[in-house]
Design a protein around this ligand. Structure first.
Ligand code: ADP
Length: 599
């Protein structure tokens, strides 16, 4: 048994009792189904043999049949209700496992996979597993018991006719194995296509505001139409094999009935068979056909379920590429000294390095700005500190310890990030701020909001802190979202702060409020500002210029201007195109406190 099959079966483990009860009921269903034709045969034989107390016997047999049918119905009800519940719980377990696993995967995984695709894998793909998990064992058991039972019963009546009937079975098996393989392939393809549709849907709907602003609805419609058409085409192949599979097997069952009537009639004409015998044959063949239909249904379910399972496993088998080292230590409160030692990084194997051999020391509490042309790797360099990506060469130390030797949880707990593109979760204002520290009290949250200059605007919202902000905070302005994200970081209170040019897309009013709150936030923390506009950095304690050649120069604004190198060039270029002269942050004295603006 391969490991995927073992995994497939392992989901039954917590529900062993339920599975056994389900199988026991299935066994009773199969046995009663076989017993009923025997009782009918018994009644017809009573009539044939002219038994003296025939009415009494008929009543007893009839009564027995009613009791058996009641039991059969009760068992079927149990199977339908509890069996399906078992399947649903197993599916729930799988979905939770997949979600937990998705939480462990690194940025690199999410760079490669589309959200819509992952949503398909977590929902539609495993949906049919409920049916498979529930019907699989029970259908197999019922089929086996019925086929063996029918063979024994029919064999006792007439062996030759029984063998004729059972000779059909291997042909049927070969037929349905051939077409089930075709169906499997088609099923897989159509699942891939559904995944494409969901990815396209997610992309178009998430970007609906951009779509509308560019009036590009027709472009999205076309992209969606293409994915949709490909899905319909893939279904065509699936239904073609399904038609052969399904209807071919029904054809076989009709052939079996014809064989029974022809060979049965021949038997009766030669006195080898009686009419009750032929009736029993018909009834039993009817029962034999039911499990064959079950097998057909099962095979269909199996195709749908197992392809979903395989796709589920493909994600589950992705090993998280960034995990805690076995000896990793908890970091309580970092001082915030960050050291890059000969760090090299590339996003993917076979890609160019984003940088080589970067060495850099940032003192605890220092305020540095990273500048350089767009695409030089400023954001990338910062994303290595919380281990969103793993360095390829060299190492990064925090307070002298390699970050790989620190548990990821405690490392990231010490780092706060404020990005230009704020992500807020659907929910209330207070929930979104609390995200920075899940066990924070309401007072702490309000204090953080005040520090972030967010309290006043929050209080002016219809429900204050309990206002629903809509999906991704659509009901808030850019500046308001930014302030909530800053409040979140205040609450987290990390010793290291990474600001990704957090204020470049804001109006003046918001910018001032945010500037103030960021000043407070940067106090007594190691701060790295990724600056896309030089006007925001001239007051940094140290400016680091990152270009395609790595760290090209570093120093204070004045020192770098004096050097007349890359920074000076960039600065002069910007000075001519922007109304330079406006300092966003107040310059800080080396001791970390804010000083007054230089210009
Ligand atoms: P900066 O912040 O200096 O503008 P980035 O760090 O964002 O630059 O990007 C540096 C380079 O890495 C760019 O060439 C960019 O195309 C590439 N890059 C950024 N993110 C990814 C990613 N997730 N996968 C692959 N390449 C990336």
């Amino acid at each position: 048994m391969n490991s995927r099959m073992k995994k497939f079966i392992s989901y039954y483990k917590p529900y062993k009792g339920l599975l056994l009860a389900d199988l026991f009921c299935a066994l009773i269903v199969a046995a009663i189904s076989l017993a009923l034709p025997l009782l009918i045969r018994h009644i017809t034989m009573l009539l044939d043999n002219k038994v003296p107390n025939v009415l009494e016997q008929i009543y007893i047999t009839g009564g027995t049949m009613v009791v058996l049918v009641a039991l059969l119905t009760a068992c079927n009800m149990f199977i339908t209700y509890k069996g399906h519940m078992m399947g649903a719980m197993m599916e729930g377990d799988m979905r939770r496992e997949l979600f937990d696993h998705l939480q462990k995967l690194s940025f690199r995984f999410y760079d490669e996979h589309k959200t819509g695709q992952l949503m398909t894998r977590s929902t539609t793909d495993i949906f049919w597993l409920t049916e498979l998990y529930h019907h699989g064992p029970e259908d197999i058991l019922i089929t086996l018991v019925t086929i063996i039972g029918s063979f024994i019963i029919l064999g006792q009546i007439d062996m030759e006719l029984t063998i004729i009937i059972f000779m059909f079975l291997p042909f049927m098996a070969a037929y349905f194995i051939y077409f089930s393989k075709k169906m499997n392939k088609a099923e897989r393809r159509s699942k891939d296509r559904i995944e494409d549709i969901n990815a396209q849907l997610e992309d178009s709907l998430s970007g609906i505001r951009v779509v509308k602003s560019f009036t590009n609805e027709h472009v999205e419609r076309k992209k969606f139409g293409t994915a949709n058409k490909r899905f319909v085409q893939s279904r065509g192949v699936g239904y073609w094999s399904m038609a052969y599979f399904h209807e071919g097997l029904y054809g076989f069952t009709h052939l079996i009935s014809i064989a029974v009537i022809i060979f049965g009639a021949i038997g009766i004409s030669g006195n080898a068979l009686t009419l009750p015998d032929l009736l029993t044959f018909f009834l039993v063949v009817g029962i034999l056909i039911a499990p064959i239909q079950k097998i057909i249904n099962f095979m269909e379910l199996y195709q749908v379920g197992i392809t979903g399972f395989e796709r589920f496993m493909e994600i589950l088998e992705v090993e998280p590429d960034i995990v805690d080292a076995p000896h990793a230590k908890e970091l309580k409160h970092a001082d915030g000294q960050i050291t890059f030692q000969n760090v090299g990084f590339k996003y993917n194997e076979g890609h160019e390095h984003i940088f080589h051999n970067v060495s850099l020391n940032i003192r605890a509490g220092e305020y540095v700005a990273l500048v350089g042309p767009s695409g030089a790797g400023k954001t990338t360099l910062c994303s290595l500190i919380p281990r969103f990506y793993e360095v390829n060469d060299g190492q990064i130390l925090l307070d002298g310890t390699n970050i790989k030797d620190i548990t990821m949880q405690s490392l990231r707990q010490n780092i706060g990030i404020v990005q230009q593109d704020v992500y807020l979760f659907a929910g209330t204002v207070i929930d979104n701020i609390r995200y920075g520290k899940m066990d924070a009290t309401d007072e702490e949250i309000i204090a953080a909001a005040k520090m972030a200059n967010a309290h006043d605007f929050i209080m002016s919202l219809p429900d204050g802190y309990l206002t629903d902000i809509g999906q991704r905070g659509v009901k808030l302005s850019g500046g308001q979202k930014q302030r909530l994200s800053i409040a979140r970081v205040f609450l987290k209170n990390p010793s290291i702060l990474i600001l990704d040019e957090a204020t470049s897309a804001l109006d003046n009013e918001s910018e001032r409020a945010i500037k103030e709150s960021l000043e407070k936030l940067t106090n007594n923390r190691t701060t790295i500002v990724i600056a896309h506009r030089l006007s925001t950095v001239r007051n940094a304690e140290r400016i680091i210029v990152l270009t395609d050649n790595g760290i090209e120069e570093q120093g204070t604004h004045e020192e770098l201007l004096k050097q007349g190198g890359t920074y000076a060039n960039l600065y002069q270029m910007q000075d001519t195109v922007t109304t330079f002269g406006y300092s966003k942050y107040k310059p800080r004295e080396p001791n970390g406190t804010c000083a007054t603006a230089m210009r």
